[in-house]
Design a protein around this ligand. Structure first.
Ligand code: FAD
Length: 459
């Protein structure tokens, strides 16, 4: 590959890099750009996304950021006759805790001053709760329904653990196709003159401009070419720090491996119109005494017999006519070095199935007989300790970062890409820009506030 000279090079054609290129080209007219990736576009973390979105977070900054992103997705859905398959059946957050007070307070804290208008309490069956349905997303309601009445829960969501006493139904939430969203943006980038190259970045030389040293494909060979650019965007997902390190920058991010499974729900346990449902309560898994003794006897597996955190989730996959369900549980809190082919934990399918059966007891039908073939996949939540993204200047003149999108990169891609593009173009920035950049680590008040928060919004 000969030397390419370009205005902007973006390392990483995951959803973050693609969205950044899209807003640079489409919003700011910066079309002399090259997106480079060692693999297929959207082939690494983006390919593993559960593709869910929600507008609720425990802090107003993240509410504003993701709210903006969802608005952008909704606009794209309108412009493309919903090519991105946006739905809005909501998120259901379930708990057996007797009082809803703490939960409602968390909601209010996240939504800030207009929270009161968004929350509707249903503590009796008055017929004013609008059940989720497969109507076009534009016709689904917004706000949040707090359902604190067991009869109402049982009527609308049969099959949930009868001990569930409260459901929070977040309404501006649902799922979409991340691949279709990225493809729409890629087509537009190419139409506007942007280029995509399948090469691996090996090193960066910086003499005022950047010279990127490249090798073919996944980067096993020697140097195969160079790109010279004035502006560099690091959108390398789990390899954010490897790329930052080429400029002698260390980013405060780490990678946590997370997994999901999907299988055909042959017994029809999960109703197709059910929203993405999260069990907020911690739990001990449902082993029989023989299994428990066996697991407890080994250092490697004894953790499976202790209390595990809340957050197990389940949703129907493939729309109203589909038959598959997807289960996930982001319980891993131990960071690891990223690999292009993330490992799979052999215990996970059984663990997540049993965890989900606490919320939906009908899933016990699949203990020891998970329908085959089933899909088991994994990827990294690339995270800061506060679980906020990093978007903005990287610390070396002319370089920027867009990443640390943890478990929210699909839903936040539009806002993250637009924000990074605004930084690059030196355009006016939204209110949340400084707090989502590296500058927040110098803001002691904000850091103390984030450290004191009960939830980081990991679901
Ligand atoms: C199991 C799981 C479930 C998830 N579920 C959801 C969900 O329901 N909703 C949601 O919003 N988000 C979800 N996410 C999060 C979301 O998938 C990620 O935040 C998002 O995909 C990150 O995108 P990215 O572009 O930053 O990273 P990536 O998609 O990993 O892209 C980075 C790209 O950089 C390339 N690259 C890296 N280094 C180099 C180099 N040196 N040279 C060339 N190329 C390089 C890689 O090949 C890769 O393609 C989930 C994540 C996981 C793991």
């Amino acid at each position: 590959m000969p030397l390419i000279d370009t205005d902007i090079a973006i390392v990483g054609a995951g959803i973050a890099g693609i969205a950044t290129a899209y807003y640079l080209a489409d919003k700011h007219g910066r079309r002399d750009l090259v997106l480079l990736d060692a693999g297929q576009p959207m082939g690494l973390t983006t390919a593993q996304s559960g593709e869910n979105y929600r507008d609720w977070w425990p802090h107003p900054t993240m509410v504003a950021f993701t709210g903006h992103s969802i608005g952008r997705m909704e606009q794209i859905a309108c412009d493309t006759d919903n090519a991105i398959h946006l739905t809005r059946r909501g998120y259901l957050l379930a708990t057996r805790r007797g009082t809803t007070q703490a939960l409602v307070e968390q909601l209010l804290a996240g939504y800030g001053s207009d929270a009161g208008e968004r929350v509707r309490l249903h503590d009796a069956d008055r017929g004013d709760y609008e059940a989720p349905s497969s109507v076009p997303w534009e016709r689904a309601p917004g706000g949040i329904d707090v359902i604190a009445n067991r009869a109402l829960i049982a009527r609308h969501f049969p099959g949930l653990d009868p001990d569930v006493s409260t459901l929070l139904h977040l309404r501006r939430a649902g799922d979409l196709s991340a691949q279709q969203l990225g493809q729409y943006m890629l087509d537009r980038i190419k139409a506007l003159g942007g280029r995509l190259r399948r090469v691996c970045l090996r090193a960066i030389e910086n003499d005022g401009a950047f010279e990127l040293v490249l090798s073919e494909g996944e980067g096993n060979g020697g140097e195969s070419g160079r790109i010279r650019c004035r502006t560099l965007v690091n959108a390398a997902g789990p390899f954010l720090n490897r790329v930052a390190g080429m400029l002698d920058v260390a980013l405060p991010v780490e990678n946590l491996l997370q997994q999901k499974i999907a299988f055909e729900d042959r017994a029809g346990v999960v109703q197709r119109q059910t929203p993405f449902t999260v069990d907020l309560d911690s739990q001990c898994l449902d082993w029989n005494s023989e299994e428990r003794d066996l697991l407890a006897g080994s250092e490697q597996t004894s953790w499976l017999t202790r209390a595990l955190p809340g957050g197990i989730h389940c949703r129907p996959e493939g729309g109203q006519q589909g038959t598959w369900v997807k289960l996930g549980w982001a319980y891993n809190q131990t960071a690891s070095a990223p690999h292009r082919e993330p490992p799979l934990d052999a215990y996970f399918p059984d663990v997540v199935l049993r965890g989900a059966a606490a919320l939906r007891p009908g899933l016990r039908a699949y203990y020891g007989r998970l329908p085959r073939p089933f899909a088991h996949y994994s990827g990294y939540y690339t995270m800061t300790r506060d679980n906020w993204p990093l978007v903005g200047p990287l610390g070396v003149k002319g370089s920027f970062v867009v990443g640390a999108l943890s478990g929210f990169g699909t839903m936040a891609a539009c806002a993250a890409g637009e924000l990074c593009a605004d930084w690059v173009a030196d355009a006016p920035l939204p209110d949340y820009a400084q707090d989502l950049s590296l500058a927040r680590y110098r803001n002691k008040t904000l850091m103390a506030e984030l450290a004191a928060m009960a939830s980081r919004g990991v679901l």
